[in-house]
Ligand binder design. Structure first.
Ligand SMILES: CC(C)(COP(=O)(O)OP(=O)(O)OC[C@H]1O[C@@H](n2cnc3c(N)ncnc32)[C@H](O)[C@@H]1OP(=O)(O)O)[C@@H](O)C(=O)NCCC(=O)NCCS
Length: 179
């Protein structure tokens, strides 16, 4: 999954002649996340958070921005000073010795930037980070009518395992270490 990154510079992402900056999320991004949220359509909010949130509480935004860059991490893509996309993983506790090391992945791309390759490229970069930190599987949970997310999963890993679990799809995406 992390062997298809077409970008040369990991800190920059070119989209239709626009240069987005890519960097790890930081605690100072809380207000940017709040502004991103106001630019998301109700359906994007629904697909990302599985419920119709009008305005996320500040504590929730703080938790999204406050990662340890190990067990939890997120990459943001910025157009100027505004975040237009976030891809994050959250490591699951290991169950048994020898079991796979799984992390849940969630991606949000601002509506105006959707279907322009941003989600895929952020996911690939995040996969590289997670694999280097010892995770071997991304798990993505999606609502059944989220065609874009299902399409993205199959674009990333054509033979990804997708199973139906309690009203949602759960996809398993194997990660490959770059080095
Ligand atoms: C799902 C989401 C992250 C995809 O990101 P994106 O930047 O729009 O996707 P990309 O442009 O990188 O597309 C990658 C692939 O996904 C699929 N895809 C993307 N949008 C699609 C759509 N509207 N319908 C069907 N397939 C779609 C395609 O296979 C696409 O490859 P292609 O462009 O070569 O055809 C984005 O639409 C989003 O943020 N949606 C709202 C929140 C959400 O659903 N998050 C995921 C659940 S946690």
């Amino acid at each position: 999954m992390n062997d298809i990154d077409p970008d040369v510079d990991p800190d920059v992402m070119r989209v239709d002649d626009i240069e987005l900056t890519v960097r790890p999320i930081a605690i100072g991004d809380v207000e940017r996340l709040a502004r991103l949220f106001t630019r998301l359509s109700p359906s994007s909010v629904h697909f990302r958070f599985f419920s119709p949130i009008a305005r996320p509480p500040r504590a929730a935004l703080l938790r999204l921005a406050d990662v340890d860059h190990g067990r939890r991490d997120a990459l943001v893509a910025l157009d100027g000073d505004e975040i237009v996309a976030v891809a994050r993983y959250d490591g699951r506790p290991d169950r048994d010795p020898g079991a796979s090391h799984q992390a849940e992945i969630a991606i949000t791309v601002e509506d105006a930037w959707q279907h322009r390759g941003v989600g895929k490229r952020l996911a690939v970069r995040l996969a590289g980070l997670a694999a280097d930190r010892g995770y071997d599987t991304f798990v993505a949970t999606m609502l059944p009518d989220n065609r874009a997310a299902l399409g993205l999963v199959h674009k990333l890993v054509p033979d990804a395992t997708v199973r139906w679990a309690g009203g949602e799809y759960e996809a398993s995406l194997p990660l490959v270490r770059a080095s």
